[in-house]
Ligand binder design. Structure first.
Ligand SMILES: C[S@@+](CC[C@H](N)C(=O)[O-])C[C@H]1O[C@@H](n2cnc3c(N)ncnc32)[C@H](O)[C@@H]1O
Length: 252
């Protein structure tokens, strides 16, 4: 098992997260070792895509890979629009919920082998998912590998200027005894832009909506002649040929 796989395991095994995904309700927090709490917006994640989400999705071109798709509201919305989309998540409950909404999803870490690497026109890191793995430099480098030349990575940042890495755990109550911690990161837009530059990504748009902040990044090479993911050349048994409720939960 790679270190990255170990890092993601606590999300997959976090009982409070699984329970919250099943009920669609919180409270749920990321808790730092010093006790600081970051509320997680589980109700919004488990609801349908809202106007802010739909605006983000309107900006997506071509096939979309939603990294850390959670319960799948974005994947489901894109699938309902008839778009080629794939969600990936390390939580089996998240993946099951996504597929139950008619959205294709794989039980897979972003750091493991993925279908269509280097051919995705749009990759999403939403809802704070730029924190995955606790190493933004590594995550953005990985995301840049997934996007096709000239493709787009849309990242939701913190609405404040922050560049933080910390050990956290998922908890449903501030007073619970410490559980299993894992590395996480929080980035505001300025920090994201610094890391993005090092990963060979340039900002093409920034916007605020509904109290949330987003940055659109592009790979530097605008050669878009590479096969898009839905090309037969890259269709594998795991490839979402279309938005289908039958798309299986695939274990890594
Ligand atoms: C902050 S939550 C965001 C939830 C989600 N965007 C939504 O719409 O509900 C982070 C998500 O990323 C997933 N995750 C954590 N580490 C991951 C990894 N290495 N690869 C893929 N997904 C991961 C978690 O299981 C969780 O669903």
């Amino acid at each position: 098992m790679s270190p990255r796989t170990t890092d993601m395991a606590p999300w997959a095994a976090a009982d409070p997260y699984t329970a919250a995904l099943r009920t669609g309700t919180g409270p749920l927090f990321l808790r730092r070792s010093d006790g600081w709490l970051l509320p997680l917006d589980i109700e919004r994640w488990c609801a349908r895509a809202d106007a802010v989400d739909r605006d983000v999705l309107d900006r997506c071109e071509g096939a979309v890979l939603d990294v850390g798709c959670g319960p799948g509201r974005l994947v489901a919305e894109l699938a309902a629009r008839g778009r080629t989309v794939l969600g990936i998540d390390v939580s089996a409950t998240a993946v099951e919920r996504t597929t139950s909404l008619g959205g294709p999803a794989l039980l897979r870490s972003v750091f493991e082998a993925l279908p269509g690497e280097g051919r995705w026109p749009t990759v999403l890191l939403m809802d704070g998912n730029v924190g995955i793995g606790g190493d933004p430099r590594a995550l953005l480098a990985r995301a840049a590998q997934l996007v096709c030349p000239g493709g787009t990575l849309i990242v939701e940042t913190e609405p404040v200027d922050v560049d933080e890495r910390a050990q956290v755990e998922v908890t449903d109550a501030p007073g619970r005894p410490p559980g299993r911690s894992f590395p996480w990161a929080r980035l505001g837009a300025p920090a994201l832009l610094r890391y993005a530059k090092r990963a060979g990504l340039r900002a093409t748009a920034q916007w605020d909506a509904g109290g949330r902040r987003f940055v659109s990044l592009s790979t530097r090479n605008a050669n878009r002649s590479a096969d898009p993911p839905k090309s037969p050349a890259v269709i594998s048994s795991q490839w979402p040929r279309n938005a289908s409720a039958e798309w299986p939960v695939v274990r890594a």
